[in-house]
Design a protein around this ligand. Structure first.
Ligand SMILES: C[S@@+](CC[C@H](N)C(=O)[O-])C[C@H]1O[C@@H](n2cnc3c(N)ncnc32)[C@H](O)[C@@H]1O
Length: 245
């Protein structure tokens, strides 16, 4: 990936010299908020590694595999939407998304204290308007605090069926779950079809974002939280299909 101008090598905690200069496309994605994305990249490469939130081997690929790969998710989210990012870990995808898209109202949900401390510290030091909630996505108090959103996002949190069960109660009817997934998403979708219908997911689509920005583009599974009547009809259709097999 072509590097942007003004590259200055920086150092990872292990002492190895790593170039953290953003690639040129980062300016397209983050605009005048690129310095915040650079601050985030530096935080991941230092405190993130020291506190065991990100593997040291990820440092050379923080921009393409993590920060840009997650920020491009904004292509699928309309202006001013509310977003709950579950299982944020060190802030992915929620923090790059919030840096690239200050119009979004973002809440990060993460159960582990070590991780929520890192998230809260970074959000405060960068002056971001992002809320951090400590807890598991399926907990009633988390649902109460973070629920009713337009979108729920996640990356590498759980298999699809379980993910839908945790995610869909956090959005309103017709809201969307956007799950960053790998190349085997189609098989995962087929495997967990029944669980998805049971959780109230419909209108599944496999989408790509970040074309021309990240290689390969980010693969996203989008599902809609369908109204109750449609949920019942989908469950019934699945039952009939299983009986006919
Ligand atoms: C493999 S990490 C992925 C972190 C981040 N999304 C990323 O892509 O780098 C999975 C994260 O999900 C969190 N997690 C696990 N179960 C969860 C649940 N029920 N609700 C919310 N977060 C959960 C874990 O604590 C962990 O931080």
């Amino acid at each position: 990936m072509e590097r942007g101008a003004g590259a200055t090598p920086q150092h990872s905690p292990g002492g190895d010299s790593v170039d953290l200069t953003p690639p040129a496309v980062a300016a397209e994605v983050f605009g005048d908020r690129l310095p915040l994305a650079e601050q985030y990249c530096a935080a991941l490469a230092t405190a993130g590694v020291e506190r065991g939130l990100i593997g040291p081997r990820e440092v050379p690929r923080l921009w393409d595999r993590h920060i840009l790969n997650c920020a491009v998710l904004g292509e699928l989210i309309p202006l001013g939407a509310s977003v709950v990012d579950i299982g944020s870990g060190a802030g992915l995808p929620g923090i790059p998304l919030g840096i690239a898209r200050p119009d979004l109202r973002i809440t990060l949900v993460e159960p582990l204290l070590r991780r929520t401390k890192f998230l809260a510290e970074f959000v405060e030091s960068a002056g971001l308007e992002i809320t951090v909630v400590r807890g598991r996505a399926e907990q009633p108090d988390v649902r109460k605090e973070a629920g009713g959103a337009d979108y729920v996002t996640s990356r590498a949190v759980a298999p699809l069926g379980k993910l839908a069960k945790w995610s869909l109660p956090l959005i309103h009817e017709h809201g969307h779950m956007l799950a960053l997934k790998g190349s085997s998403v189609a098989e995962e979708l087929e495997r967990d079809r029944v669980e998805l219908a049971r959780a109230g997911a419909g209108h599944a689509q496999i989408l790509e974002c970040g074309v021309g920005i990240v290689t390969p583009p980010t693969v996203v599974l989008s599902v809609e939280r369908v109204p109750r009547a449609e949920k019942r009809a989908n469950k019934e259709a699945n039952r009939r299909a299983r009986r006919a097999q």
